[in-house]
Design a protein around this ligand. Structure first.
Ligand SMILES: [Fe+2]
Ligand SMILES: [Fe+2]
Length: 263
């Protein structure tokens, strides 16, 4: 099974480059399953139900998120639409699994693509982020109940050390651990000894003439003044950052991981 994972899709520029380039990526890399992080799809802040559905209609199978998931309040009702509807679009939009119990939405999804069972788990780190439940032990609990061999994990976290630690912790138990959230791609993609493909951060899909997606003058100004400023999405130098992972569908072990940056 060949999986394409697209890093944090930021605003309209990010959505447009996905729309323009996804078909050729699927064709070129013989992709079976497409997963993307959509936490910044709505002008950098959250995702709305229509934007999620647009991304699903482009051919994305599962959308993960992170700390921006609640920025657009209508997403709460959308998550509630998924109750009892196992494979609906709403059910294939995830929020981190280690949020406090009882929150709307789901942190994992299990489905089938091209007759291969697979699972996706979304987690969020705790270093320099909100104090959620332990992502390591949340992963342990979820893995007890998953039957798919091909298991993909999006670890949405700030600290490189926390992401690398989760990669080692899950090595041999899942097919892939990718990091998201920093919007800066790292060059450390590799298959760990137990057969888990790993990268610390896939990078953002959006405008790079920016500070992690936001108009650069506004962010520089905030550092200079310390005053609150309204962040607006940037628009220039749009790139698509992704990884392609090739997995053995019988064992779930990864055979390789390749990093992609398109402009
Ligand atoms: Fe993000
Ligand atoms: Fe984030």
């Amino acid at each position: 099974m060949r999986i394409l994972f697209i890093g944090d899709i930021f605003g309209r520029p990010g959505r447009n480059i996905v729309k323009d380039r996804l078909p050729e990526l699927v064709e070129k890399y013989s992709i079976d399953l497409v997963i993307a992080n959509g936490e910044n799809a709505a002008a950098g802040f959250g995702i709305t139900p229509p934007l999620a559905e647009d991304l699903f209609e482009l051919g994305i199978d599962v959308i993960t998120t992170g700390n921006h998931v609640w920025d657009k309040r209508e997403i709460i009702d959308y998550f509630q639409m998924a109750d009892g509807n196992e494979h609906s679009m709403a059910r294939r939009l995830l929020r981190p699994a280690n949020y406090p119990s009882g929150m709307p939405g789901w942190g994992f999804y299990q489905g089938q693509k091209n007759s291969v069972p697979y699972a996706v788990i979304n987690l969020q780190g705790r270093v320099f982020m909100a104090s959620n439940d332990d992502p390591f032990r949340t992963a342990d609990q979820l893995l007890k109940n998953l039957t798919a061999k091909v298991i993909f994990v999006d670890m949405h976290a700030e600290a490189t050390s926390e992401k690398i630690s989760l990669g080692w912790y899950l090595d041999g138990r899942v097919s892939v651990v990718v990091g998201t959230h920093t919007h800066v791609p790292t060059a450390d993609e590799r298959v760990l000894p137990g057969g888990t493909a790993y990268i610390t951060d896939v990078g953002m899909t959006g405008p790079y003439d920016s500070v992690i997606g936001v108009k650069k003058e506004l962010v520089v100004d905030r550092f200079l003044s310390g005053m609150p400023t309204r962040f607006e999405p940037a628009s220039g130098d749009v790139r698509l950052c992704a990884v392609v992972v090739d997995c053995d569908e019988c064992t779930g072990k990864a055979r390789g991981i390749d990093r992609i940056m398109l402009s």
